[in-house]
Design a protein around this ligand. Structure first.
Ligand code: SF4
Ligand code: SF4
Length: 361
């Protein structure tokens, strides 16, 4: 018995236009026959198919039949109609969208983590958009969607995907993911639901917007260019040591830090790291800092200290007198305090010298 629901989903980004029931592309095309408007569901830009997924989850929790999501555009409507005849004992949500290229790994992962056993996505016909879609599919598979995601370019391929889905019934055991404001955050939450618990670090395809940085510590001069350019604040500076600090879950692997680095000290490593490690602020420098000679707090990195001393004492580093080096080896608070104390001592001595003759008179 087939049980299909078909709907039309406008993916136009403007909330106002979508809410008003106006699809920016609909004037250039006709919705397929039998497809109803469900544009309000697209109002939230961070979860284009969120409402459909919520509905699927409610239904899936009550049923043991497999659920399938088919996403297509007007060019695939004929294949979907043909394939309806070959559907088995599955509940199918067939959604026609106005902009198929906007269905990426986030939407697929959301569907798989929230009630759909399988997602069948129509292949984009144009080579350039098809290449981007292939990247998104590869990413979705690596992040927990493997064996549950198919691309179709014909009714026959769609029927094979439906046949595979019909063997996926049973109780729904997956807890829903935490939906957050950012698409990356939502995809991470979905991956945490789909992948085995404590999955550690999973390598991702090149150009994936998740990953870490590898720093060549010996090459890095701590010039801070990368910190200033990072658009997501994934990179920051340590309060006292000027270490490069990095939060992996904030990094979108845009590569701007690598491009700006004058020492070529940074490399990108696409991967998915499980929480909470991905959310921790970690130092990319492993060298122990130099500690304040007075209070013992960390002052700076040995390499920065080396540069400071070279500037302070000249390039031919004479064996410097310890009292000349001392200010550079103090934290800011101790340096100010010692400078003030030295000044007070000088003033007191000067006063003493000037007052002695008067006393003698
Ligand atoms: S831009 Fe390069 S050299 Fe400068 S702090 Fe960043 S990693 Fe180090
Ligand atoms: S790759 Fe982009 S987001 Fe990641 S740390 Fe570098 S500049 Fe920041």
């Amino acid at each position: 018995m087939s049980d299909w629901q078909r709907s039309g989903l406008c993916l136009c980004r403007s909330e106002e236009l979508a809410g008003a029931g106006f699809c920016q592309r609909s004037e250039a095309r006709q919705w397929s026959r039998g497809v109803g408007a469900n544009r309000r569901a697209s109002a939230g830009a961070d979860g284009l198919i969120l409402e459909i997924c919520r509905q699927a989850l409610r239904q899936r929790l009550k049923a043991t039949r497999a659920q399938v999501l088919i996403v297509y555009d007007e060019t695939g409507a004929g294949d979907v109609t043909t394939a309806e005849a070959c559907a088995g004992e599955i509940w199918t949500q067939a959604v026609e969208v106005c902009a198929l290229e906007r269905i990426g790994h986030v939407e697929v992962l959301l569907a798989l983590a929230m009630g759909f056993d399988r997602v069948l996505l129509q292949q984009l016909p144009a080579p350039d958009t098809a290449a981007v879609q292939a990247q998104e599919i590869e990413l979705a598979r690596a992040m927990g969607g493997s064996n549950r995601l198919d691309i179709f370019a014909s009714a026959k391929q769609l029927c094979s995907g439906l046949a595979a889905a019909s063997r996926m019934g049973g109780r729904w055991r997956t807890s829903p993911p935490a939906i957050v404001a950012s698409r990356q955050g939502t995809a991470r939450a979905c991956a945490a639901v789909l992948l085995p618990e404590g999955y550690g670090a999973i390598p991702l395809p090149v150009d994936a917007p998740y990953g870490t940085l590898q720093l060549d510590v010996a090459a890095c001069t701590k010039c801070q260019n990368c910190v200033w350019l990072c658009p997501t604040n994934a990179l920051s500076l340590g309060d006292r040591t000027s270490d490069l600090l990095f939060v992996e879950s904030h990094c979108i692997q845009c590569g701007m830090c690598r491009s700006i680095c004058p020492e070529n000290a940074l490399q990108l490593e696409p991967r998915l790291l499980s929480s909470p490690d991905a959310d921790a602020r970690k130092s990319l420098h492993q060298a122990a800092p130099i500690y304040c000679l007075s209070c013992g707090d960390p002052v700076t990195d040995p390499r920065v200290m080396d540069r400071l001393l070279t500037r302070f004492l000249g390039s031919e580093r004479r064996p410097a007198a310890p009292d000349r080096q001392r200010p550079t080896r103090l934290c800011r608070t101790c340096r100010v305090r010692e400078t003030q104390q030295a000044r007070n001592r000088r003033l007191a001595n000067a006063e003493l010298i000037h007052s002695e003759p008067r006393r003698g008179r």
